[in-house]
Design a protein around this ligand. Structure first.
Ligand code: SF4
Length: 234
């Protein structure tokens, strides 16, 4: 996570706008998901350090010290580390390089913010949680079923959210929390600048039509696209 206060508050504004836009764009997504169905909350959430800082700040603002304690209990600089971030994967894809094999994930366990089948920090949940949707009810221990267009759009949002935290870190919940709550930076990969969008040909026209209005959304007097550009790191 970058520590400059002005940078952080602007990055957080950009993150909030990306969350808002994602919520609006995915309202029409066909989904069988409903409150109380939390199969995906028992999996391994990956997020950026900026997203974790946003989540922690939200819980402080709403006075949920109990949840902050739970998060602190889940913070651990584990050895589990993703093999790449989404922008690193896109960079390798655009350069036609073979990405390294995915590393072993941590054991699946319920998210510390899950209670009675509901997310206790729903408004501030990370993008990974916002993209969890299935057209059919997931079978026990089974995979979600997603329309390929939404997978493409979600991937673009992952890349933009990572751009908002370029220079920060990306990883599983435990190690990211450990860093954000003042501990060690272990088990993370670096958030990279957006290298481009490797989008399947059949989705390019629809994405172009979506990206124009998305990047034109206002954030503190400038467009989201310009704000994202200003968050690029050398
Ligand atoms: S943050 Fe909320 S939505 Fe995401 S895994 Fe945890 S309980 Fe589920």
């Amino acid at each position: 996570m970058n520590s400059d206060t002005n940078w952080l508050s602007m990055a957080d504004l950009v993150l909030r706008e990306l969350y808002r836009a994602h919520d609006e764009l995915t309202r029409e997504r066909e989904t069988a998901c409903a409150p109380g169905c939390a199969a995906c909350c028992r999996d391994r959430v990956q997020l950026t350090t900026l997203e974790a800082a946003h989540l922690v700040e939200h819980l402080r603002l709403v006075g949920r010290e109990d949840l902050l304690e739970r998060l602190a209990g889940a913070a651990s600089p584990e050895v589990y580390r993703p093999a790449w971030s989404m922008n690193a994967l896109a960079r390798m894809c655009l350069a036609q390089e073979e990405p390294p094999a995915e590393s072993d994930p941590p054991p699946a366990r319920p998210c510390p913010l899950l209670a009675d089948g509901l997310c206790q920090a729903y408004e501030a949940r990370p993008l990974a949680c916002r993209t969890m949707a299935s057209r059919r009810r997931c079978p026990p221990d089974g995979q979600a079923e997603q329309d390929p267009w939404w997978v493409t759009l979600d991937t673009v949002f992952f890349q933009l959210v990572e751009q908002a935290d370029a220079g920060g870190g990306f990883g599983y919940l435990g190690p990211v929390l450990a860093l954000v709550l003042g501990g060690e930076a272990r088990g993370l990969v670096a958030c990279e600048n957006l290298p481009g969008l490797p989008v399947p040909p059949q989705h390019q026209a629809r994405l172009q039509a979506t990206l124009g209005p998305l990047l034109a959304r206002p954030v503190a007097g400038q467009s989201l696209g310009m704000r994202l550009q200003s968050l690029r790191r050398d």
